[in-house]
Design a protein. Structure first.
Length: 146
């Protein structure tokens, strides 16, 4: 499995998450977006409807009754009732349950860097995990730095 660590230094989650979701869906996948923060989940819900004037990402918050149909499902529990094999950890907290997916996107900012470093180190002991660390350069482009 692959874990992509996204260190949010220049662009906020609101700009990065829709791009990742679009790529996952374009590849035929589904995505589970996780956050323990109720307000953040609501903001992500609104964001995915309105992040670009000419586009939206079909999605729903978990527990709405039609979870299995959703290409993108937003929730607090690591339960892919939409059949997602990709997970986005939007609140900066690593969850070991993410290892049950094919790919995990771990987003974090400076407030969560200590926890992200601990997760990076712990995952180094897993032979089946390929870690990638992404950071934005001065031009705002993502570069893999580890």
């Amino acid at each position: 499995m692959q874990v992509d660590f996204y260190h949010l230094t220049r662009a906020p989650l609101e700009r990065v998450l829709p791009q990742i979701a679009e790529k996952v869906l374009a590849g035929g996948g589904r995505l589970l977006v996780i956050s323990d923060d109720t307000d953040q989940r609501s903001r992500i819900d609104l964001l995915l409807w309105s992040y670009a004037p000419d586009s939206f990402l079909a999605h729903a918050q978990a527990g709405g009754g039609d979870d299995a149909l959703q290409p993108v499902l937003i929730g607090s529990a690591v339960e892919a009732s939409n059949g997602a094999r990709n997970i986005a950890l939007a609140d900066g907290m690593w969850r070991a349950e993410a290892l049950g997916f094919d790919r995990a996107f771990h987003f974090f900012d400076e407030e969560r860097i200590v926890e992200a470093r601990a997760a990076w180190s712990a995952l180094g002991d897993h032979e089946s995990v390929e870690r990638r660390y992404w950071k934005q350069n001065d031009a705002g482009r993502w570069e893999q730095v580890a």
